[in-house]
Write a protein that binds this ligand. Structure first.
Ligand SMILES: Nc1ncnc2c1ncn2[C@@H]1O[C@H](COP(=O)(O)OP(=O)(O)O[C@H]2O[C@H](CO)[C@@H](O)[C@H](O)[C@H]2O)[C@@H](O)[C@H]1O
Length: 487
């Protein structure tokens, strides 16, 4: 049986700030169905240690990057976790990356170096009876994992680096290098060095045996100058080992037939009851009763997510008879722009700031349209939840949004395959044109209903992608697919 240690800074349902947590939380169960054993190494933030209950201490460090630490093994929410309990690094208020003042923790380099260092120690047999064959690192916080492995002496353990978002790279000054416990040769263009400093994600991309990202389109985009964020050269050099494997969704967590967060559960056969969630959503956002479509946004409010484009299109939505409910927080200027629109259109536009998992489910189960106008989107999960919950996704044609939504152009409508609306390029005008198309489709209830139903039947599970990860692990270890059962 192949043993994979997945290393990440968040995992649902213990700690979540975005889509990374959903994926890291769903992968182990998806991989178990492929006969791959996956444990997850995560930091012991207060939110995590509070939830793990009784755990076994499986290793101790007298001094891990400046303080004592221990590793706690436990099984929570069907996940096999190894929690890095290190009070000097993780026992603090705030979110995983920022303090209560909203600024990055100044020692993030140390906190996540420690996480990666421990992953490497686990690959060296730190815990008796546990030997991972593969270290699977997620995003920059785990970017040093492949570097510790590469520079840590001979090993049969292999590494995979998955990019969930190339925009967050974990770049620090060269002065930290001396504290990373890496040999001096690691400070090179083939190692962790990046433009005169240390680049955590760059290190992972350079040193991992294989790089993956979360959709085929994004895998292509990151190799171009417009999408590569400076890393396109490196990624092109490694083109043969850069793969796009589409995210799936956790079909148990996101199932409209049993979802306790919905006012009204529903399925394909009871889609006519879905309007009760729409009514509940209107009340939650203090919106007036309406016969027009209710647009919903569940997102970080950032430039990446195209929220400035949305802000400019709000008046259009309302002028055409639609309403808008926005759940999200982020850049102050964008929050203010949405808030101003809500003030301009009382009863038609609502904003709920903060992170609200339960409300995010009601948004999917109640909104008529889920709007995702991203400038770039590695995969995107909210459009996948939308499809499963009978909300029609309106998305920009980038990254994983391109790979998961079939645009309702005339050919697709006639062929009976459309599942949503796409627009390109990500500009205000193209978004407004797409909104106009939504209203014309909304005016044809039969076509609209068919689109909803088709979306609900779309393949959004992990099945196909888990099989791809299983093949990847198997090939990396030089095994044939049928060998792994006997191993
Ligand atoms: N205010 C709020 N309250 C409650 N829930 C909220 C919320 N704001 C956002 N969410 C939730 O956070 C998640 C966001 O996931 P996405 O994949 O859409 O984007 P994100 O940029 O975080 O993820 C990155 O990683 C993922 C995983 O690989 C990629 O899909 C994506 O493209 C990439 O940018 C969803 O589960 C959404 O419901």
């Amino acid at each position: 049986m192949i043993e994979v240690l997945s290393v990440a800074s968040e995992v649902y349902p213990l700690i979540k700030t975005g889509g990374l947590a959903d994926v890291v939380g769903a992968l182990p169960r998806a991989m178990a169905e492929q006969a791959i054993e996956m444990r997850t190494l995560i930091p012991g933030y207060p939110a995590v240690t509070e939830k793990i209950g009784s755990a076994r201490t499986v290793a101790r460090f007298d001094d891990l990057f400046g303080g004592p630490a221990s590793l706690l093994a436990c099984r929570v929410a069907d996940l096999d976790l190894i929690v890095l309990d290190a009070a000097h690094l993780f026992d603090r208020e705030g979110n995983p990356y920022t303090g209560p003042d909203g600024w990055d923790w100044p020692d993030n380099w140390r906190r996540f170096a420690a996480l990666s260092f421990v992953a490497h120690r686990l690959s060296q047999g730190l815990v008796q009876g546990y030997q991972p064959h593969i270290l699977h690192a997620h995003d920059w916080q785990a970017g040093l994992v492949p570097a510790y492995l590469k520079y840590g002496g001979p090993s049969t353990v292999r590494s995979v680096m998955t990019v969930h978002n190339l925009a967050f790279q974990g770049r620090f000054g060269s002065d930290i290098f001396g504290e990373l416990q890496l040999p001096s040769e690691a400070y090179s263009v083939n190692g962790v060095e990046y433009y005169g400093g240390v680049g955590y994600l760059k290190a992972g991309l350079e040193c991992a045996d294989v790089v993956t990202t979360v959709s085929p389109s994004y895998a292509s985009e990151i190799r171009t100058s417009s999408g590569g964020m400076g890393l396109e050269g490196l990624l092109n050099n490694r083109a043969a080992t850069v793969l796009g494997i589409l995210n799936g969704i956790d079909m148990r967590e996101w199932d409209p037939a049993v979802d306790p967060s919905l006012t009204q559960t529903f399925s394909l056969n009871t889609l006519h009851k879905r309007y009760r969630n729409t009514d509940a959503l209107r009340s939650a956002f203090s919106l007036e009763p309406s016969k027009g479509p209710l647009f919903g946004v569940v997102s970080r409010l950032t430039w990446q997510k195209g929220i400035d484009l949305l802000a400019d299109a709000i008046d259009d939505i309302v002028a055409r008879g639609g309403q808008l409910a926005v759940l999200g927080s982020g850049d102050a200027a964008l929050e203010t722009a949405v808030l101003r629109a809500a003030e301009r259109h009382p009863g038609q536009v609502g904003l709920s700031t903060g992170f609200n998992e339960k409300l995010s489910h009601l948004m999917q189960g109640g909104a008529d349209v889920i709007l995702v106008p991203s400038r770039f989107e590695p995969c995107g999960l909210t459009q996948l939840y939308a499809l499963r919950y009978g909300a029609v996704p309106l998305v920009s044609r980038v990254g994983g949004l391109n790979d998961t939504v079939i645009d309702a152009n005339i050919a697709a409508v006639n062929a009976g395959v459309a599942t949503g609306i796409q627009f390109a390029p990500p500009t205000e005008q193209a978004l407004k044109d797409a909104i106009a198309r939504v209203f014309s489709l909304w005016g044809d209830p039969v076509t609209w209903r068919k689109m909803q139903r088709r979306g609900m039947k779309s393949e959004v599970s992990w099945d196909a992608s888990a099989a791809r990860y299983a093949d990847l692990y198997t090939n990396l270890l030089g095994l044939k697919s049928d060998d792994q059962e006997d191993d």
